[in-house]
Structure formats: C-alpha cells, structure tokens
Design a protein around this ligand. Structure first.
Ligand SMILES: [Zn+2]
Length: 396
C-alpha cells in the first residue's frame, strides 16, 4: 500500500492536521508573509501581528500545505518564508485591497474571492492538490470510504493518522506525535474540511461529510478550458442578483413564501438567467443538447448545480449549464436523467417508463457532445450524478 513518509519531506504531524484555520486566514497570512517577515514562534497559539507573529495553528497548517517554509536568521530567529507555491498565490492576491473574511462560513470567502480575484481558484486548487495534506487525505478516503458522520470523521482522522507509523519502513505519516504535545483531536481537522468545501470536494451538511469521489479521482490539469469572467461581468451579475433577491423578498412579503409561481417567473426571466442562457447559446448554438430542437421558445438554460445553491459566478457560468428543450430540461432538473461526468453518456431513471422514454425520444445511446465535456462542466456533472444516484437508489 502506498504510504507517504512525511519525515522525509520535513513535515511534522501537526502540520498535516493542524488547526481551526479558516481559508480566509490562510489567504491573509499569505499577504502578510509576502509583505513582511513573519516570525515563527513555536507553540504560539494566538496572533500577535504587531510583532509579526502568526498564529501557530494557521502557520503550521500552511507549512503542510506547502505555502510556507521555516527559515532561520540570526537577528530574528525562526521566520516564515513563502514557498514558490505560496508566492504564486501571493502574486494573485497581493493587490486585494481588503482583508479576507476569516469566518467558518465558506460561501462568504468564496464570494470574496470571486469578486476580487477569480483567477485564484485554479491556481490555489492546484497548489492544494500538490500538498502532502491533500495526498494523505486522498489515501485515507480511498481506504476508508467517502461518507462520514462529521464528528466521528474529525476524531478518527486525527486519531488514526496519529498512531499509524512505520514499522516495516514502507514509510509512514508520522512517528512519535505524543511528544509533540499535539492536543485535542477534532478541532485540528476543520481547516482541512473547509478547504475541501472551498474547492467543492466535500458536502458538509446535516452533520454528515460527503466527500466527492469524482473530485479526488479527476485528472487535474490547470484550468485549460476554464472560462474566466472579468470583474465587470461579475459585478454586473452581482448587481442583478441583488435586485432579484430584493424582488423576491418583496414578492414573498406580498404572497407569502408559497407564492412560488410568481417568484419562479421572476427568477426565470431575470437578467442573470438571460446572461447564462446567452453564454450557453454562444457556446453550443441555439438547440437542445439532447434532441437538437431549435425553437428558442422551447429552450431552457438548465443549471447543472441547482441555481438555488449557486453563487453568482456559478449562475452565469455556461459550464454549469446545459441548453435543453422543455421536456429534457424537466427530466434533468428532476434527476430523472443524468449524464455520466466522465463519458457524457445518459443514465435514465427506472421511474421513467419504457413508453414514456420512447415518447420523450430518450434512449441509452444518447450522450453529450464531446466538445462540451470540459473539465469544469464534468465537475458539475459529477455533483449531478451523485444527487441522481441519491434520488434513484444506489443501483440505478
Ligand atoms: Zn430536447
């Protein structure tokens, strides 16, 4: 079995599991370490930025992530330097004029990154995937599965890694962690979960952690076909989005939350939705991606990841969409069909009868055009595949 010898890499156990260090704080520290010399004081658990001393929770974890490295100078003692990967990220975020949100709510930091430095995602994701922290998590998931109760995962991940060490010299994670005064288990792991959430590698809901196997398995190439939106595009979309939210609030006040028909009409006709649809038409032409129907009145820009769960970027991103005729949109929207993320082949739920399949022009040979199966879209399709299987039972 493959093991990773972290000692050889100069990494300590606490650096692969460390801390409640939110993604926002990691980014703030990259800026700090880029602009100043950050002192490294062993075991220093609180931030003392006046003296340029970072919180050990965060800095240890950043060493494990391959963002920081410890150096030593006679006059200041141990200090922290950005690694090459750390510098790549610093190059993207150094001009951000604000301090990133350090809360535990990932959607806030995601939005901040989208608005101020959308180019960060692919670079940061690549850095994450190259890190020993990621590689060990991946090995752990391959051995133990992808679904967990949140609390037990946090404790077990910590405990199991802690005691696994090499006897046969087939290498291992860590040797004597007990001597490094690594304390409490569970709260040493949340930063890892938050990073996974940030990159859409885990769904953290209802005290369950569902890691997305497809994400861990995917071949990673740096944003080859990634569409980037300009700051202006995103700001425009954000303004529209705010207007719509306001409009929906007004409608809710008027009709109650059950006035869904009126509300849906507003959302469907919104400019954000139009932007999304235009992006899809520009990509593929004005036709259903399944049956080729071309009448624009019958075509719907269908979100792969449901619009209600999307941030603005995902809402206008055509790679999160399929252009489908009304029937095929409904089938897709209700998880009665899905398209395999790796091949684009259709899967049809048992809930659709043979005769309905025929009437709807659905059969097993249908598959999405290869030219739209780019990396970003396959990632969204993987999410759809998971939900489809949840809704249709495991063996469907
Ligand atoms: Zn169609």
């Amino acid at each position: 079995m493959e093991r990773i010898n972290i000692e050889e890499l100069g990494i300590q156990f606490k650096q692969i599991v460390s801390g409640p260090a939110p993604v926002g704080r990691i980014l703030n520290y990259i800026i700090l370490a880029g602009k100043n010399t950050l002192k490294h004081v062993n075991g220093h658990r609180t931030t003392n930025l006046a003296d340029n001393i970072g919180s050990a929770w965060t800095t240890e974890f950043m060493i494990g992530l391959g963002l920081l490295t410890v150096g030593r100078k006679a006059d200041i003692g141990n200090y922290l330097d950005l690694t090459e990967n750390g510098n790549k990220i610093y190059g993207i975020i150094k001009d951000s004029s604000f301090t990133f949100n350090e809360g535990i709510n990932v959607s806030i930091i995601k939005r901040e990154v989208e608005m101020s430095c959308p180019d960060l995602f692919p670079v940061f994701e690549k850095v994450f995937r190259e890190s020993v922290v990621y590689k060990i998590l991946k090995l752990y998931l391959e051995e133990n599965g992808y679904e967990y109760e949140r609390t037990s995962f946090l404790n077990n991940y910590f405990e199991e890694l802690k005691y696994l060490y090499d006897e046969s010299k087939e290498v291992y994670y860590v040797k004597d962690v007990r001597s490094t005064s690594v304390t409490t288990g569970g709260n040493r792991v949340p930063s890892l979960i938050q990073l996974c959430e940030f990159f859409n590698y885990v769904i953290d809901a209802n005290s369950k952690l569902l890691f997305i196997k497809e994400q861990f398995d995917k071949e990673y190439s740096l944003g080859v076909e990634k569409k980037t939106f300009s700051k202006e595009d995103l700001e425009k979309a954000q303004i529209q989005e705010n207007k719509i939210i306001k409009e929906i609030e007004n409608l809710e006040e008027k009709y109650g939350v059950d006035g869904t028909v009126a509300i849906e009409a507003v959302v469907r006709n919104s400019n954000v939705q139009k932007m999304f649809r235009n992006n899809l038409i520009a990509e593929y032409g004005c036709k259903c991606m399944i049956c080729g129907i071309e009448n624009i009145e019958l075509l719907v820009a269908s979100h792969i990841k449901p619009a209600k769960d999307c941030n603005v970027h995902e809402k206008i991103n055509n790679n999160n969409g399929l252009l489908l005729c009304a029937n095929h949109d409904k089938l897709f929207d209700r998880y009665l069909i899905t398209f395999k993320f790796d091949t684009g082949e259709i899967e049809v739920s048992n809930k659709v009868s043979q005769s309905d399949k025929e009437k709807l022009g659905i059969n097993e040979s249908i598959k999405l055009d290869e030219k739209i199966m780019n990396e970003e879209r396959t990632t969204f399709l993987a999410l759809h595949n998971i939900e489809y299987h949840n809704k249709n039972g495991g063996d469907n």
